[in-house]
Every structure is written in structure tokens, then in C-alpha cells.
Design a protein around this ligand. Structure first.
Ligand code: BMA
Length: 311
């Protein structure tokens, strides 16, 4: 196939720091969900002290977003969160379970990076629930359903042994997690050889759970972040059906190749649509927010027809 598998939205970037009513130097890595009649987005911004907060934006069409006047989540004032969010909150992901939207985010502090879990029903009030990892772990994405009564998540612990890999864990209550297993490891001399991490929360397709992840390759000019896809079994998400050998998106537009961190496309959100397409959102060079569309069938085919070994 010669056509790009992800069609970039012609109006990219869809959000820039100029669209934010309070002073920020970046707008990137965003969670997006589609509710009844609108899309809600929680996005990361660097403040001018280099630390991050999360903002909120809304849209009717999933591409043109309006940013709310006040930030959505800033580092907490109260313990225990206060101690672990001192350096900022980053990289949000949203998953709907019942009537609640669960937000997972990176909490940075002098003690490392952990993942916080918060919840909202209306995108006005947000409550913190728990810190759901130890240091150091990032990129927690929740599956939007339970499996044999247990919640499931993908994550990326910072192990000193393996190249950093994608793991799965289970929980009875979203707070206590265990039964962890490694699922996808970077492939040597491959576009994702340095590290991989879950990107968007998985969504269900006819073939299984589709997961968009990021992979990093180290070059003489620095690291390049690209996006890839993997497919997990519908009833047993620990069974990886295929990891596509080829990436689906790499930095190409000027705002993906140059910015706060050059050569980065980094996704925290994918919204499947009833017409068989999926909207994918990614940060460009850690500075602006971009969107694109892919055919879900093209992504699952890539996983099944051109796979590479997961481990
Ligand atoms: C990762 C995270 C992301 C960021 C990416 C590229 O480690 O910090 O938030 O987008 O690096 O800089």
C-alpha cells in the first residue's frame, strides 16, 4: 500500500499554545473520548517553568476544539498525591467504564514517576482515586471492560534489565494491581528497538483489541518517536495476536520534526467511529497537538498479515 495508513487532518496542528487562554509553552499528548454529542479532550501543557499540567477542550466534530478557561488537573495540594505530583502531571489517558471516565496520568516527583488514577462523570468535577503504580512506571492504559471480573491495564515499567517493554496487569478494584506479565518487547535493530510503551487505551475491533503504541529508535541525531499497532485477543488480552512489523506514523510535518523535543509523534488517544475509521491524536514534537484518521481494517490487517514476534 502506497497511501499513508494514517491520513493526517488537513487542519493540523489542531491545537497550539495560542489556543490556550492561560500561559503555556506546549499543547500535546492528549486523552480524547467521545461522549453522547461531543468529544472531550484532556491535554498536557508545559508551563513556563518546564513542569506540566492538564487542560480540557471540547469539540463537536473531533477536530476543532475549544479550550476551557481553567486547567483541568494541576499538581495536588493534599497528601498522598501532593508528594508525588510536585514536578507535574503528564500524559493523560481516558477510559470509560460504566458512566465514569477514568483518567490515568503520570505523576512526577523527586521520587520518580508513578501513575495517578482520577475519575470524572461530567468533565467539570474530577476526583483523585489512588496512585496505582510504584516508581518507575508510565503509560498506563485501562481496557474499557473487565475480563472474568477483573480490570486489565497495559503499562510500561522502567526495568533496568530488559529494553523497556509493554506489560499487562489485572485488578479487582482498579487500585490494587498484579498478575503482571510482559507482552511486547522492543525488537533489535528495528524502528522500536530502544523502548516501547502503550499509547492509546485499546479499543475493540472485530478481530480483537487494537492498541496503538509508541516505539523509539536512537539515531546519531537523537531519538525518533513513532507509532505502531498491536492486536490482542478479545477475551484474553494477554494473548497478542500480532504486532505490526511496520510503523503506522512517523514525524513528517514541520511541527512534528521541530519543537520542544524534535522528531516526536506520541499518542495517548484513539476514538473508533461507527463508519469503520478511527481518529488518532498525537503530540507533535511535544509542542502541538495533531490528529489523523485510519481505517480500522487496515490497522488490524497490518497486525495480522505483517507481524513481527512480540517478545
Ligand atoms: C516520553 C514522555 C512523553 C514525551 C516523549 C517524547 O518519555 O516524556 O511525554 O512525549 O517522551 O519526548
Amino acid at each position: 500500500m502506497k497511501e499513508p495508513i494514517v491520513q493526517r487532518y488537513p487542519g493540523n496542528p489542531i491545537l497550539t499554545p495560542d489556543d490556550v487562554p492561560y500561559p503555556v509553552s506546549t499543547v500535546h499528548n492528549a486523552a480524547v473520548v467521545k461522549a453522547a454529542d461531543r468529544y472531550f479532550m484532556v491535554f498536557r501543557s508545559h508551563l513556563r517553568n518546564g513542569r506540566s499540567i492538564l487542560g480540557l477542550a471540547e469539540s463537536e466534530d473531533g477536530f476543532r476544539f475549544r479550550v476551557r478557561r481553567e486547567p483541568f488537573l494541576i499538581p495536588a495540594d493534599d497528601p498522598p498525591f501532593r508528594d508525588y505530583e510536585e514536578y507535574g502531571v503528564e500524559d493523560p489517558r481516558l477510559t470509560r467504564l460504566g458512566d465514569t471516565y477514568y483518567l490515568t496520568y503520570s505523576a512526577y516527583s523527586r521520587y520518580g514517576v508513578r501513575i495517578g488514577l482520577a475519575a470524572t462523570e461530567d468533565f467539570r468535577n474530577v476526583r483523585r482515586i489512588a496512585l496505582i503504580t510504584q516508581a518507575d512506571c508510565r503509560n498506563v492504559v485501562l481496557f474499557p471492560q473487565t475480563f472474568d471480573g477483573r480490570y486489565a491495564r497495559l503499562d510500561r515499567p522502567h526495568s533496568g534489565i530488559l529494553p523497556w517493554s509493554i506489560w499487562i496487569s489485572y485488578s479487582p478494584d482498579l487500585i490494587h494491581w498484579g498478575d503482571s506479565r510482559v507482552l511486547i518487547r522492543p525488537a533489535a535493530y528495528h524502528w522500536d528497538e530502544m523502548k516501547v510503551g502503550p499509547g492509546a487505551p485499546p479499543f475493540l475491533t472485530e478481530q480483537g483489541w487494537l492498541q496503538i503504541y509508541h516505539g523509539v529508535f536512537q539515531t546519531m541525531a537523537g531519538a525518533v518517536y513513532r507509532l505502531g499497532v498491536a492486536l490482542h485477543d478479545t477475551t484474553d488480552p494477554a494473548r497478542v495476536l500480532g504486532v505490526a512489523d511496520e510503523w503506522i506514523l512517523e514525524p513528517q510535518d514541520p511541527w512534528e520534526r521541530g519543537g520542544y523535543v524534535p522528531n516526536v509523534v506520541f499518542s495517548c488517544a484513539a476514538v473508533p467511529e461507527p463508519d469503520g475509521t478511527v481518529k488518532i491524536y498525537w503530540g507533535g514534537a511535544d509542542t502541538v497537538l495533531c490528529a489523523g484518521t485510519a481505517q480500522i481494517a487496515d490497522l488490524t490487517r497490518l497486525c495480522l498479515e505483517k507481524p513481527r514476534p512480540p517478545l
